[in-house]
Design a protein around this ligand. Structure first.
Ligand SMILES: Cc1cc2nc3c(=O)[nH]c(=O)nc-3n(C[C@H](O)[C@H](O)[C@H](O)COP(=O)(O)O)c2cc1C
Length: 133
């Protein structure tokens, strides 16, 4: 029997019909390498086992500054003026077919590293570069 999970857009994960998804970015937004990391890493391991190109990113290992709320720069240029590791992630995010985000609940919200990351994706949102992912 064929099982599939269809994400936003037309990308399809097909377990028994052969993999049609090419690049997956798996992002861990927990500051620890405990529960969230274990769950997300288990997914990542399955992708690798099935020869799906996937990359695991542990946000806490990276230098990602808070969004400074300038709005104007990213609003007009679709780029972020802050020069840190997020610049590399912008390329990876644009390149990925699907993005998986994992975070623990902190005060009924996502944890700090993931929230910081999400805020910094504003240039992609403005440029509609994350549409369909
Ligand atoms: C600062 C902080 C706030 C938390 N807030 C919540 C919460 O609002 N609701 C909840 O169910 N758990 C909350 N938790 C518990 C964590 O979500 C839970 O322990 C989670 O498994 C931790 O993930 P990790 O193992 O990836 O660090 C909180 C934990 C911390 C440290």
């Amino acid at each position: 029997m064929r099982q599939s999970i269809v994400s936003q857009g037309s990308v399809r994960f097909s377990w028994h019909g052969g993999w049609t998804l090419t690049k997956i970015l798996v992002i861990v937004g927990s500051p620890t390498k405990a529960n969230t990391y274990s769950l997300v890493k288990a997914m990542y391991d399955q992708f690798i086992k099935r020869n799906v190109e996937a990359e695991l990113i542990f946000l806490k290992d990276l230098n990602i500054k808070n969004c400074d709320g300038c709005d104007e720069y990213c609003g007009t240029k679709g780029k972020c003026r802050i020069q840190d590791d997020m610049q590399l992630l912008y390329h990876k995010l644009k390149d990925a077919d699907a993005i998986i985000l994992g975070a623990p609940t902190y005060f009924w919200n996502v944890s700090g590293p993931l929230k910081t990351f999400i805020d910094r994706t504003d240039p992609l949102y403005v440029a509609r570069a994350s549409k369909g992912k």
